[in-house]
Design a protein around this ligand. Sequence first.
Ligand code: NG6
Ligand code: CA
Length: 512
Amino acid sequence: MRACTILLILFAVGFQFALAEPRKPNVIVIMADDLGYGDLSCYGADDFETPYIDQLSAEGVRFTSGYCSASTCTPTRYSFLTGTYAFRKKGTGIAAPNSPTIIPAKTPTIASMLRGVGYRTAVIGKWHLGLGGEEGPDWNGDLKPGPLEFGFDTCFLLPTTNDRVPQVYVKDHRVLNLDPADPLWVGSKKPSEDHPTGITHRDTLKMDWTHGHNSTIHNGISRIGFYTGGHKARFRDEDLADKWVEQSVRYIEENKENPFFLFFASHDLHVPRIPHERFQGATRLGYRADSIVQLDWCVGELMKTVDRLGLAENTLFVFCSDNGPVMDDGYADEALEKLGDHRAAGPYTGGKYSIYEGGTRTPLITRWKGTIDPGVSEEMVCTIDLYGSLAALTGGTIPEEGALDSLDLMGALLGEEGAKGRKELIQQDNGSKGNFGYRVGDWKLQRHDSKKARNVVVEKLLENTEVARFRLFNLAEDPTEKKNVIAENPEVAERMKTRLEELIQAGRTRAK
Ligand code: NG6
Ligand code: CA
């Protein structure tokens, strides 16, 4: 009897120990660019198909309350990598072509945490977090600090976004294929009187601009900012997706024996939307949706590679977006004209640049064959939580002063029964004007310090509308945030206003 009890205790202790044992699957985070909640067939799009992402979703967990932390690219990426809300750090808004790195030196990141527990780490695709020290990027020299100083073993990058100059790849610390005899110059002023731009040579463009984006021309498209030189290093917009896949497949093959972390930072469907020729016309909706089909193809290639190498049961895929959708973001690509009935933000209002749900509630899917039971989850999860969650899964450590807002939601991310997501989430826009969304359960408080709201995604240009500083919505009854119920619920509103301000002032939301 006694022996039996001891055995039972030993078994129980052993079992608990086994539960707490770190697991180190490969992790592939695929971050789409400007992809809205309604932009995939598994999230309700029915004007075109996204079969590979649908498969990922069917084999994993599809979140209906999956968020990115901001409604523009740079702050979401900053928060994803550092685990800290971007509004806590000045200068984390959309980065300019010559921006220095915006991540402070020695900041711990999701990549450095995973490297600390034996992962190989890579970022392939769009960076847009600045490169170089205070002086900005040294395009002809070493581009550091950059990803390699923040925990990545290797990188293969588009330095900013492709509507910004220059159109060159950065491999580790260097511009790839740069000929020293033809140095690269990047600036914000026209380098010479006769330098062709989108204004002076507008009739030569293969895609016209609508606002901004009228400086240096490359590949028939005028961009934000000016550059000269580096001709051998320049790429064609049409080839970006193929390049990301080629580099990623190679990386996965080379690292199949190690645990690896791959941040696949797609440029689809950011402007200029120039998918490869084989995807042009893939849908009836123009290049915006054609780019979604291209993105879907990329996801399929990654899935096939993982399957071919027998890694599917040892690889956690996370699919997400960096902000909500936008139609006219500076180029005349007919996104709006050909939109038809497609609702890029699904049932939600707003999109990119907005603190309405459409700005940050975006597709989020996890798949880990053999570990995740397929399903749909309503738990609230955010890209900012991947850092804390993966640390908990892999046994990684987070310094007390690191990842200040990243929560361990691993159970929810794996779709475990009873596992809870976030109780509350702060949403931000590009960050400069102090506008916030604050969701607690079904309640959503909007705080517009700018007293202006960008609210409609299907208009030609996003209009700013005058609004009250605070508004309250009940998302269960009013997911479109049309009916402000602040007057009817003064106590809820007061509680949420106070708590939001406390969370901002506290400097962190992750417990010490
Ligand atoms: C805006 C650009 C927009 C896009 C955005 C960044 C203009 C008029 N608009 O300033 O085209 O580049 O920045 O997008 O220049 S993001 O997805 O990288 O945040
Ligand atoms: Ca974006």
